[in-house]
Design a protein around this ligand. Structure first.
Ligand code: WT7
Length: 664
């Protein structure tokens, strides 16, 4: 952790301000800055009373809670602890007998363009039937179920069905490798895997079930008793007798009614793995009550959802965004949403805009990386420009996952939003459960590249390394001073690591986000400057440099040492750059090219294709201090192609800097 990280050094001056339209302000729930300020003041005046009221208003409780917040064992905070609820009942049952019952819950569009719709009532029946199938496998409250599914209605159904019976789901993104899957199965101690024979992406049929088989054959997965396989495509896949069942077999004869099991508010709803700065990925554990409240509340606050909205969050259910704003939030809010299986560039890079026109999307929520790649595509091919599609249905745009650069913001605003839609640049993390710092569409004046202000009750601040507040205009460490309902409860199986990672002693008990930030001198708006730890953000995907280094050095026949850093990339935000020392002599030319390819493929196999280094540089050694510490700041400069201005006097072996700067 270092406040002098290059991420914080770039302070942007941005003078453009976009005010919400008067009509939008009038119609919004949080209407104007007075309304926002009043909520902030209410939270400050009576912190627990504020949250208690919201929890009563937005969550259906089977048993009401009597105590709002328990801080006695900080930082292991408990919210609404003696209350009982069921997350699935809050997303589905609650709408029965209301006008939402027969409304479309999900408009699913497959990779090939085929559309399937389900109403809330139909979805409840599907979830209930699947919940019964899970029970028939012997799965019980508290068991962990690993979900490795494509973007489909069935993926959402599997998550909701777990929640319905009190099983804790752990979704793994379909792009992760067998090794990564096995690591997670072992760590979480899952009893079952829900998967699919194949997935369709960009016209290609990609395997999932065979990757599960491979993971399970690696050992340590003896806890797995059953594997349920969705038949996404007609292609057959291998099935293990006694262990594997198709969905069809598992669902046969199961009732479409299944009572939702009330669970305590602190019962773990899910565990989602994410990368940290050290060691293996962390299982971020979320609690049912606080998380559900947040998913519902932020749909109302940040997206100001209305009954007529058609909501589209493009995130995969394998990431937290797909949990909060696909699998839970839109359902809890009773809003129609789109679920999309495919990729933004297939059959062409106009696909997102065509989808918005076809389904009359009103709220569109995506990542800056997607926007940047679609800008590039639109600029080189007019046929995929958003102007070719009727986007007049849109009323709110959202951005998530990484800082959005002002150029991309302006393009999004102009060409997608028709200069009429506010952009909510939502800052949050896997650990925060939902939005933390974000504009509100009917209140906040927007500044491109800024996530503006914290939600009411969120005590975000910028401090120095000793936890002292920094003045506006000066960069520092982003923290949250007080707990909030949807915060991470612990790291599954590793409470010590939880404490160390998020509540370091020197920060006075504040939650450490791991990002640098700066507040503007005029408005006090937050701008996130990037991670201050060894975590990279590549195309909105979070990756630990140590994880990639471990993967590289695990190729023991070839690699002696490896160091991984990020460098800025116009398209992906950051790019992975690996510096490698081989066990044999330093390769050059074609040989270096061939070995680099071998290493990339190796990393893809160990973690997944998203972790493949973009650059690989070979050296006879790495730049180290005399005490043997790798000088990462030097590597960052080399990766960027910058001249070395740092002090290299402590460097043991200055000559290798030139080697590492060389591209083969
Ligand atoms: C990290 C969290 C948020 C859900 C998806 C990613 C970066 C996220 C923003 C934003 C600037 C952002 C941060 C954060 N990040 N949103 N609007 N502006 N940076 O969740 O994988 O847990 O990653 O993503 O660096 O710490 P995640």
């Amino acid at each position: 952790m270092s406040t002098s990280s290059s991420a914080i050094e770039s302070v942007l001056v941005e003078n453009r301000v976009f005010h919400p339209a008067e009509a939008a302000v009038k119609a919004a729930r949080i209407s104007g800055m007075e309304s926002y300020n009043a909520l902030c003041a209410a939270a400050e005046k009576d912190f627990t009373g504020f949250w208690a009221q919201l929890a009563r208003d937005h969550v259906v409780w089977d048993k009401p809670f009597s105590k709002t917040l328990d801080e006695s064992n900080a930082p292991f905070f408990k919210w609404f602890e003696d209350g009982e609820l069921n997350a699935s009942a809050n997303c589905l049952d609650k709408h029965m007998g209301t006008p939402v019952e027969h409304k479309t819950a999900i408009i699913f569009e497959a990779d090939d363009g085929a559309v399937t719709r389900v109403t809330f009532k139909e979805l409840l029946a599907k979830v209930s039937q699947f919940a019964n199938a899970l029970k028939a496998q012997g799965i019980q409250k508290g068991d962990r179920v690993l979900i490795y599914m494509p973007m489909t209605i069935e993926g959402v159904v599997a998550m909701q069905a777990c929640a319905r019976i009190g099983a804790t789901h752990s979704v793994v993104f379909g792009g992760f490798s067998a090794k990564a899957l096995q690591d997670r199965i072992v760590d979480v101690g899952a009893v079952a895997v829900v998967t699919s024979n194949y997935q369709m992406r960009g016209g290609k049929e990609l395997p999932l079930k065979s990757i599960v088989d491979e993971a399970l054959s690696m050992g340590g997965c003896e806890s797995i008793k059953s594997v349920l396989v969705f038949q996404r495509t007609p292609t057959a896949c291998a099935m293990v007798a006694g262990r594997d069942k198709t969905f069809e077999e598992a669902l046969a004869g199961q009732s479409t009614e299944c009572p939702a099991v009330p669970v305590g508010a602190e019962h773990p709803l899910f565990i989602l793995y994410t990368s940290g700065s050290t060691g293996k990925p962390k299982g971020v554990q979320h609690a049912t009550g606080g998380y559900l409240l947040w998913a519902k509340l932020t749909m109302d606050w940040t997206f100001d959802v209305q009954p007529s909205d058609v909501f589209w969050c493009t995130a995969d259910i394998g990431w937290i965004t797909g949990h909060s704003y696909v699998a839970y939030g839109p359902l809890a809010a009773g809003v129609t949403q789109m679920v999309f299986e495919g990729v933004p560039t297939y059959p062409n890079a106009g696909r997102f805009w065509q989808r918005i026109e076809r389904h009359k999307t009103t709220i569109f929520y995506t990542a800056p990386t997607a926007i940047r790649s679609l800008i590039k595509a639109a600029e080189s091919d007019d046929k995929v420009h958003p102007k070719q599609s009727d986007l007049s249905s849109l009323r709110i745009l959202g951005s998530v996952g990484e800082p959005i650069n002002p150029e991309a913001w302006m393009w999004y605003h102009k060409h997608v939003g028709g200069e009429r839609c506010p952009i909510v640049d939502t800052f949050w993390q896997t650990e925060t459960g939902g939005h933390m710092i974000t504009p509100l569409p009917g209140a906040t004046p927007l500044v491109p590249g800024s996530c503006t202000l914290p939600l009411p009750g969120i005590t975000a601040a910028i401090v120095d390394e000793a936890g002292h507040d920094m003045p506006n205009g000066a960069g520092g460490i982003l923290v949250v001073k007080r707990p909030w309902p949807s915060m991470i409860r612990t790291i599954w199986g590793d409470p010590e690591r939880f404490k160390k990672s998020y509540f370091p002693e020197e920060l006075k008990g504040y939650y450490l986000a791991g990002d640098g930030a700066v507040r503007s001198a005029d408005r006090g708006y937050f701008r996130i400057t990037g991670r201050i730890d060894d975590v990279l953000n590549v195309s909105g995907h979070r990756m630990g440099t140590m994880e990639i280094e471990s993967a590289l050095v695990s190729k023991t026949d070839l690699v002696a040492e490896a160091a991984v850093v990020g460098r800025p990339d116009d398209l992906t935000g950051e790019a992975i750059c690996a510096f490698v020392v081989l066990k044999r002599s330093r390769p050059t030319g074609d040989e270096a090219k061939a070995i680099a390819k071998e290493l990339r493929d190796w990393v893809a196999k160990e973690i997944g294709p998203i972790a493949k280094p973009k650059d690989i540089r070979f050296g006879e050694n790495l730049p180290k201090t005399r005490s043997g510490k790798i000088m990462r700041r030097l590597l960052r400069s080399i990766a960027k192609g910058e001249a070395i201005t740092q002090d290299t006097s402590t460097l043991e072996n200055p000559a290798i800097l030139d080697q590492l700067g060389e591209k083969y």
